[in-house]
Design a protein around this ligand. Structure first.
Ligand SMILES: [Zn+2]
Length: 117
């Protein structure tokens, strides 16, 4: 498959959004040494720590070369992009779009002729 934006081939990946919960301990003992101007209770030593990473339901196909998201409406003849976090990706074809314009016109012409007689 070729990217519509940058024309590179076979450079796709699935991205998913993850909610990360972090925490950082803060002084609440009211001591002057643990406060700064404006009444701020300062943080204890140590930076932010990761507590939890929760994947969201949002997964999407994107081009790894130009980082643009692949939208189903930009894929010819495809009605749906199915993504599974273990199996991979399925492109479900759209029957109504799989006829080229010419084929569709010919079928309609044939139908019209048969009803005329
Ligand atoms: Zn691209």
């Amino acid at each position: 498959m070729k990217c519509n934006s940058c024309e590179r081939e076979d450079v796709f990946s699935v991205s998913r959004n993850i909610v990360v919960t972090e925490y950082r301990n803060v002084h609440t003992d009211g001591k002057k040494a643990h406060k700064s101007g404006g009444g701020w209770n300062n943080y204890k030593t140590g930076g932010w720590k990761v507590e939890e990473k929760t994947p969201t339901d949002k997964m999407y196909l994107r081009c790894n070369a130009c980082e643009s998201e692949v939208l189903v409406e930009n894929l010819k003849g495809i009605g749906e992009i199915k993504i599974d976090d273990k199996k991979g990706v399925v492109f479900v074809s759209n029957m109504f779009e799989s006829y080229s314009g010419k084929e569709y016109a010919e079928k309609r012409k044939y139908k019209r002729r048969s009803t005329d007689s």
